[in-house]
Design a protein around this ligand. Structure first.
Ligand code: IPM
Ligand code: MN
Length: 354
């Protein structure tokens, strides 16, 4: 069995962390007895600066043929914000219809959280972020741009179909996860009286089909408080694209920071893409100091998603061994090990753990 996997290392620290993730994947695959056939693509800032091209349309159709995609980071200090994000990352999410952005918030043993008196038992939830609609579609425009009367409009697009498939995924995921069996809708129904009225109606309608799942609702501003004060209340949280973007950065920091936060852009019927959520961190590029655990955990999510559960489980156990027994800190340059050494340790433990 050999899985065709597309790899887009991307910009900044992307290539360094992806190298370690691939190393760990190889270790897991050889132990579990399957193969992965990696095909590399150089999309990113460097290529854009050289050729003016972000993501050619031919790439999208090629990428459809892979089992999954592993992405490092997109973002370059010499490219104006928005070009690479829209031209590569969001284009991939949209064109491949990866309508779920799945972001686990899990505090691993040995990892320090900025939340006082909270431990691994308190911080273990997953955010299901809608990933193809809302404010991210780019609907809107300018009127009288550059004049004192300028108007800028940015519209949030929420479709019945788009909201429903996201909400259904969240209910199914919550059931399969089989932990607290509690799904929280995060919105702003008191102000976004059209968009989030739709979300709320769909949520409670679909909920009727899942009597085993407890439902709750929280406004997005309030959820920012609860994530900090009572993270143990949460199991699965479902929300729109923009709010999901914001609350998952909060989630990332309470689980120990960008060094460990991973996510999956999921199309349950198509090709999904897994990425560390931290970005390209150009100031650390090439220093062999950045933490590769987020990329390694993105790879771990990828294996879990393609059905290699045993291999995924070994990687997670190996990561836990490294966070609880080895690393001094998750921060770049403060781990007590280089990027390569952390990858080596996780790869070795992946082959050893029970
Ligand atoms: C993320 C990032 C992206 C987003 C940016 C880079 C476009 O912040 O994956 O959360 O806003 O979705
Ligand atoms: Mn973000």
């Amino acid at each position: 069995m050999s899985y065709p996997i597309a790899v887009i290392p991307g910009d900044g620290i992307g290539p360094e962390v992806i190298r370690e993730a691939v190393k760990v994947l190889e270790a897991a695959a050889s132990r579990a007895g399957f193969k992965m056939d990696f095909q590399y693509y150089d999309f990113g800032g460097e290529r854009y600066l050289r050729t003016g091209e972000t993501l050619p349309d031919s790439a999208i159709s090629e990428l459809r043929n892979f089992k999954a995609i592993l992405l490092g980071a997109i973002g370059h200090p010499d490219v104006k914000p928005g070009i690479l994000e829209r031209g590569i990352l969001l284009k991939l999410r949209f064109e491949l219809d990866q309508y779920i952005n799945l972001r686990p918030v899990k505090l691993y043993p040995g990892v320090e959280t900025p939340l006082k008196n909270k431990t691994s038992k308190d911080i273990d939830f997953v955010v299901v972020r809608e990933n193809t609609e809302g404010l991210y579609v780019g609907a809107g425009g300018f009127l009288k741009k550059g004049t004192p009367e300028e108007v800028a409009i940015q519209e949030s697009i929420n479709t019945r179909r788009g909201v429903e498939r996201c909400v259904r995924f969240a209910f199914d995921f919550c059931r399969q996860r089989d932990k607290k069996k509690k799904l929280t809708l995060c919105g702003k129904t008191n102000v976004l009286t059209y968009a989030h009225d739709l979300w709320e109606r769909v949520f409670y309608e679909v909920a009727k089909e899942y009597p085993d799942i407890e439902t709750s609702y929280a406004h997005v501003d309030a959820i920012c408080m609860w994530f900090v004060k009572n993270p143990e209340w949460f199991d699965v949280v479902v929300t729109d694209n923009m709010f999901g973007d914001i609350i998952t950065d909060l989630g990332a920091i309470i689980q120990g920071g960008m060094g460990i936060a991973a996510g999956g852009n999921i199309n349950p019927q198509g090709v999904s893409m897994f990425e560390p959520i931290g970005g390209s961190a150009p100031k650390y590029a090439g220093k062999n100091e950045i933490n590769p655990l987020a990329a390694i955990l993105a790879a771990q999510m990828m294996l879990d998603f393609i059905g290699e559960k045993q291999a995924a489980d070994w990687i997670e156990k190996a990561v836990i061994k490294v966070t609880s027994e080895k690393l001094k800190s998750l921060a770049a340059g403060e781990m007590g090990y280089s990027t390569t050494e952390v990858g080596d340790m996780v790869a070795r433990f992946t082959q050893e753990v029970g």
